[in-house]
Write a protein that binds this ligand. Structure first.
Ligand code: NCD
Length: 414
C-alpha cells in the first residue's frame, strides 16, 4: 500500500475549506483531519499552502500525432502537470486526425507509457474532419469518451443530426465547436448553438458546447436547459479574462470579447451558472505558424494563475467556485470521480502558492509553444506541486520522468 500524507494544507474544494492533513492511499483520498502521523507514509509538508482538487481540462490540443514542432504528448503532459491539470481531454485535429481506432490507440498507449496525467482522447465526428461523412463512431467508441470536429463546426445539419443519434445510442456526448463561417463571429456562433440545441432536444443526445464566447449563446443555452435539454457548455480562461479592448486583437478562435462590456456579460453568464466547466483550449503553435495567422493560445500552464488573478484576487469569484469550474464540473461531464477532496475521490491535488506573484515569461513554459497574450503579465497563484493519484508528478519546477522518477526522491518519510 502506498500512502502520501500532505501535512498542514489549506484544503479548498467546491464544498468549502478547512486546514489540516490529507492522506492519499492507493490513489484515492482517504483520511482527512488534523495532526496525524501515518507510519510508513511519505510526507509532503504543505506549510499552509492551498490544496485544490487536481484540475480537469475538457479541451486541449497536444498535436500528437502530426505536429511535433508545436507540441507532443510528452510536452503537453508536462505543461498540463505544470498547470495543475491531472486529466486532459484531447481534440481530434491531429494529423492523421483522430478518426480511426489506430490513431486513438496510439495516443492512449503513448499517454499510458508517459504515466503523468490522464489523457482522454476525443474522436472525430466526421472522416478527416471534413464535415461530410460520419467517422466510424461505433469503432471509435471503446477508446473515446466523446466526439468532436473541433477546429471547425459541423456545417451540415443532416450530418450533425445523425451524429447525435448515433452518439446517443453509444451513450457518449457530442462536443460542438459552434461556428458557421462567413456570417460574422457572434452570429455564426449563435446560429450553430441554436441549431445544435434544437437537434439535442430532438434526438435526446447529450450535447456539450465548446468555447462559448458570445453572451447570446449563453442565453440560448439557458433557455434550452430550462426546457430540459441535456446540454452542458464550457468557456475558456482567455475569453473570461482578456478582451480585445485591453489585450489587442490576439488571433484566437473564437475571437476574444471585443470590449470589456462583452467580457463582463460572459463573466455574468458564468456566475449565473451557464458554464459547468472552464476549459483551456490549449492550442500551441510555433512563432512561424502564428506569423502566418494560425489561431490559438498556449494556455494550459497559465489558466489557473490567470483566473486566480483576474477573478479570485479581485473578489469576483471565490476559490471554491473556481475549483468547481476547473475540476468538479468538468470531471462530472467526463464521468470521473474527481473534483472533491473527500474520501473515495481520486487522489488528484494541486498545491498552490496564492500570494506568490510572478511575471509570465518565455522561460515559464514546459509546452513547446509560448503563443499567448499573457506574456509579460504579472500573475498570482503559482502552482507549487501537482499530485496524480497519490504520486507527485510536478513539484517546484521539476517533473516526474524528467527530473525525478519517484517522489521518495523529493519528499521526506514520516
Ligand atoms: C484551435 C487549434 O489551433 O487547433 N485554435 C484555436 O484558436 N482555438 C482550433 C480552433 O480553431 O478551434
Amino acid at each position: 500500500m502506498s500512502v502520501l500524507l500532505l501535512r498542514d494544507v489549506r484544503v479548498v474544494d467546491p464544498l468549502g475549506e478547512w486546514r489540516g492533513d490529507v492522506a492519499i492511499e492507493d490513489g484515492a483520498f482517504a483520511a482527512l483531519g488534523q495532526g496525524f502521523s501515518l507510519p510508513g507514509a511519505q510526507v509532503l509538508e504543505g506549510e499552509g499552502r492551498t490544496l485544490l482538487p487536481g484540475f480537469v481540462d475538457l479541451h486541449a490540443h497536444f498535436r500528437d500525432p502530426g505536429f511535433p514542432e508545436k507540441e507532443d504528448l510528452q510536452t503537453g503532459s508536462w505543461a498540463a502537470a505544470h498547470g495543475g491539470f491531472t486529466a486532459v481531454s484531447l481534440m481530434a485535429n491531429t494529423d492523421p486526425p483522430c478518426d480511426s481506432p489506430e490513431v486513438v490507440r496510439y495516443i492512449r498507449e503513448k499517454a499510458q507509457a508517459l504515466n503523468l496525467v490522464e489523457i482522454y482522447p476525443v474522436g472525430a465526428v466526421t472522416k478527416g474532419l471534413r464535415g461530410e461523412e460520419l467517422a466510424d463512431l461505433e469503432a471509435l467508441a471503446p477508446y473515446v469518451w466523446a466526439y468532436s470536429d473541433d477546429g471547425k463546426g459541423v456545417a451540415r445539419a443532416d450530418v450533425m443530426a445523425e451524429a447525435l443519434r448515433r452518439a446517443r445510442a453509444l451513450g457518449k456526448p457530442i462536443l460542438s465547436h459552434p461556428e458557421f463561417p462567413g456570417v460574422g463571429h457572434p452570429l455564426g456562433e449563435e446560429l450553430m448553438v441554436a441549431r445544435d440545441l434544437r437537434l439535442a432536444q430532438e434526438t435526446g443526445a447529450r450535447l456539450h458546447l465548446q468555447h462559448l464566447s458570445s453572451p447570446g449563446s449563453a442565453r440560448l443555452l439557458q433557455e434550452a436547459r430550462s426546457a430540459g435539454a441535456p446540454v452542458t457548455a464550457e468557456v475558456t480562461p482567455h475569453h473570461l479574462g482578456l478582451s480585445q479592448e485591453r489585450f489587442g486583437d490576439y488571433r484566437v478562435n473564437p475571437p476574444l470579447p471585443p470590449t470589456e462590456g462583452v467580457r463582463g456579460e460572459l463573466v455574468a453568464a458564468l456566475r449565473a451558472g451557464a458554464f459547468a466547466a472552464v476549459a483551456t483550449d490549449h492550442a500551441p503553435h510555433t512563432p512561424e505558424d502564428k506569423a502566418r495567422g494560425a489561431p490559438g493560445i498556449s494556455g494550459i500552464e497559465t489558466a489557473f494563475p490567470l483566473l486566480y488573478t483576474t477573478f479570485v484576487r479581485e473578489g469576483l469569484l471565490s476559490l471554491p467556485e473556481l475549483s468547481r469550474y476547473l475540476a468538479f464540473g468538468p470531471a462530472r461531464i467526463l464521468g470521473l470521480r474527481k473534483g472533491l477532496v473527500r474520501p473515495g475521490y481520486d487522489g488528484d491535488a494541486v498545491l498552490v502558492e496564492e500570494d506568490e506573484g510572478f511575471v509570465v515569461d518565455e522561460g515559464s513554459f514546459f509546452s513547446k509553444s509560448r503563443n499567448t497574450p499573457v506574456l509579460g503579465m504579472r500573475l498570482w497563484g503559482k502552482i507549487w506541486a501537482t499530485i496524480h493519484r497519490g504520486e507527485i508528478v510536478y513539484i517546484k519546477g521539476r517533473l516526474r520522468g524528467r527530473d525525478f522518477d519517484d517522489h521518495r526522491q523529493v519528499v521526506g518519510a514520516g
